[in-house]
Design a protein around this ligand. Structure first.
Ligand code: NAP
Length: 333
């Protein structure tokens, strides 16, 4: 079988997981990896069986054989690296959070569209089978009319440079809260009437613990919490008047439980075995590129922009700014 040649930019933590994913897929090839240091790229390539190792990201993007580039650098560098790949006509799968803000996202999406080049966000939960299961349960009416959604995602990651440093696009929102917002939008949509929120900040001015409440025009509510300071249950719960759905966990949903209004477990849904869970986003990209599309169906550009706009408005309320952003209105300062 002809394999799809994948290149990785940035040989860090999440690149390792992508390499393990590609190693487990029979239709994707570990073709090239690029690091700012050639030795690091060579070491990564040797460990994961990549054919090419490059000492600069540009060299990888110039390789005519690369068919999809996975951008696995810190948030503040996504825009620069994605634009560089798109300029060279290379399809891109960029890690979450897609960019620092909606303005960067729109510029990259605009370039992808004008050049007819594929561009996607690696928000893996959007591409997973769990999404279909949850929709099916809600559509079946078994929980009745859904009215309240909660989603929690926290990890004690505030020691990491890319979480604490403004110049790397730090904060809990872009790293963790983005999953909660996606969980709300996937299940309750975006007909939002208002958002209230509060965050606490690090000494460096980045949001560390976020509490977000989204009110929907039809009366539904989503309550989202995320923190870079603590561990938590990572649960998503969708509640209706006849029962509720518990998703474990919203970062990688593997089990979904359906309860009735008396708290009796009605059914458990176990998701199919996975390599790492990243294979779904990779497959979606390969399928879309082969079909000549510029975006994947599971996470269209319009949804990427919506999520970025919500995160922009939250950060504006909190006074959390990244270097280079214009001074935003702040309610907390
Ligand atoms: N989907 C998920 O489950 C998941 C989980 C964790 C993280 N992520 C996302 O993946 C992206 C990277 O996160 P990570 O945890 O892999 O970060 P990381 O371990 O810090 O790796 C980031 C890599 O980016 C490269 N880089 C380029 N310029 C850099 C700079 N100025 N400072 C630091 N690194 C720089 C480095 O690679 P070289 O030295 O090789 O050039 C570095 O190893 C982020 O967008 C993050 O949100 C996703």
């Amino acid at each position: 079988m002809e394999k799809f040649r994948i290149g990785i930019i940035g040989a860090g933590h999440i690149a390792e997981k992508m390499a393990a994913t590609i190693a487990g897929m029979d239709n994707a090839e570990a073709y090239a990896v690029a690091s700012r240091e050639l030795g690091k790229a060579r070491d990564f390539a040797d460990r994961w069986g990549f054919t090419k190792a490059y000492g600069s990201y540009e060299e990888l993007a110039d390789d005519p054989l690369v068919e999809l580039i996975y951008v696995a650098t810190p948030h503040s560098l996504h825009h620069r690296h994605v634009m560089m790949c798109l300029e060279k006509g290379k399809p891109v799968l960029c890690e979450k959070a897609f960019m620092l803000n909606a303005s960067e996202a729109k510029e990259a999406i605009g370039l992808a569209r004008s050049r007819g080049v594929f561009l996607a966000e690696a928000i893996w939960t959007r591409y997973m089978p769990s999404r279909r299961y949850i929709k099916k349960i809600i559509d079946s009416g078994e929980i009745g009319v859904p009215s309240l959604l909660t989603a929690h995602l926290s990890y004690p990651v505030s020691h990491k440079e890319r979480i604490i440093r403004p110049e790397l696009g730090g904060g809990a929102l872009l790293d963790l809260g983005v999953y909660c917002i996606n969980f709300a939008l996937m299940n309750f949509g975006d007909d939002i009437s208002g958002i209230t929120s509060v965050c606490t900040k690090s000494e460096t001015g980045m949001d560390m613990t976020d509490n977000i409440t989204i009110a929907y025009r039809d009366g539904r509510t989503a309550v989202l919490t995320s923190s870079a300071l603590c561990a938590d249950d990572r649960q998503g719960i969708i509640r209706g008047n006849k029962g509720y759905i518990v998703v474990d966990n919203i970062n990688n949903p593997l089990h979904i439980e359906l309860y009735d209004r008396s708290h009796e477990l009605v059914r458990t849904y176990d998701m199919p075995p996975q390599i790492t869970g990243f294979e779904y986003e990779v497959q979606a990209c390969m399928d879309a590129i082969k079909a000549g599309k510029t975006e994947p169906e599971a996470m269209p550009h319009s949804e990427i922009t919506k999520v970025m706009e919500i995160m922009d408005s939250l950060r504006a309320d909190w006074g959390v700014r990244f270097p280079g952003e214009e001074k935003q209105h702040s309610c907390t300062e």
